[in-house]
Write a protein that binds this ligand. Structure first.
Ligand SMILES: [Zn+2]
Length: 304
């Protein structure tokens, strides 16, 4: 009889734990850290591909992501460009999940090469999304929560074209990374590619280009609604060429989280107006917290 009472006692103790659904804990995005990192990236000066500042920035990104606990690797390659031969480097920071199938969260870190004399910070176009990615890595590792899918944070070099986008100009880093994915037969393991670009505008309006995957966009809208940020996310009027395209060509569901309305009529884009004073930490938080919610969403590994 004593044994039976002990058994009942154990059952009462264990039952709630066994029945309670696993809590979906979402890591917390620290916008102050993201903002500080944005400033540190801008402090490298103009960071076009092949420049010293670009290489130093790549090392800073790798070291920072490593200090947060991600597994780092670098992809170095050379290309002949309209500006001559250039050495590029992609930085990959991996957080292993419960499964080896993975989601890529990407951002380019190079800045547009503008004519000398223009003071260009590339604070929004380059630094903002790069800083958000770094803070996402910190937030996930700090939370101690293991994501379902492995998360591959990829910092692409060479998104910006030197003259105009062609097969030999622009999207250098993402095209190279997608090619490697294909050569390693890892395309099917890649469940989604989420690109972040220009996410720091203080007047935030995320404009998902129409060549993004509709199901992935739907999940993002749901995640944004749950985070209380739904009003900041909508579709763009057309398609955009960005780092999501080389992956779309491989048949992977892709999404480009970009605010392509930076200043009236996007007039701040690729100008001296692309500076910290036209951005806000709050915008970084809205995007960062929504992306965290998306990648930790139960639905993303059930649907994607
Ligand atoms: Zn740009």
């Amino acid at each position: 009889m004593h044994n039976f009472i002990f058994f009942l006692f154990c059952l009462i103790l264990l039952l709630p734990a066994a029945c309670a659904p696993e809590k979906n804990v979402i890591p917390v995005f620290d916008e102050r850290n993201a903002w500080r990192l944005t400033g540190e990236l801008v402090a490298f000066g103009p960071r076009s591909s092949g420049s010293d500042a670009n290489l130093k920035q790549a090392e800073f990104i790798a070291k920072t992501a490593e200090s947060y606990g991600a597994l780092i690797s670098r992809q170095e390659f050379r290309r002949t460009t309209p500006a001559g031969p250039i050495r590029f480097v992609n930085v990959e920071a991996v957080i292993p999940g419960k499964r080896s199938d993975f989601i890529i969260v990407g951002s380019h870190f190079d800045t547009k090469k503008l004519p000398p004399g223009i003071k260009f910070e590339g604070a929004n176009d380059g630094a903002s999304s790069t800083a958000v990615l770094l803070e996402l890595i910190r937030a996930v590792k700090h939370s101690g929560v293991k994501p379902e899918y492995t998360l591959k944070f990829v910092f692409f070099d060479g998104e910006e074209c030197f003259n105009e986008y062609t097969d030999n100009d622009g999207l250098f880093g993402s095209r190279y990374y997608a090619r490697q994915l294909s050569l390693r037969n890892e395309v099917r393991q890649c469940r989604a590619v989420i690109i972040l670009d220009m996410v720091g505008d203080r007047d935030l309006n995320i404009t998902l280009p129409l060549n993004s995957d509709k199901q992935l966009c739907g999940l993002l809208f749901e995640a944004a609604a749950e985070a209380g940020h739904r009003k900041y996310f909508d579709y763009f009027s057309g398609e955009l060429l960005d780092d999501h395209i080389p992956f779309k060509k491989l048949g992977i569901p892709v999404m480009d989280i970009i605010d392509f309305e930076f200043g009236p009529g996007n007039s701040f884009w690729h100008t001296s107006e692309d500076r910290l004073s036209n951005m806000s930490a709050e915008s970084l938080k809205i995007v960062g917290q929504t992306v965290l919610r998306l990648v930790f969403f139960e639905k993303i590994w059930k649907k994607m």
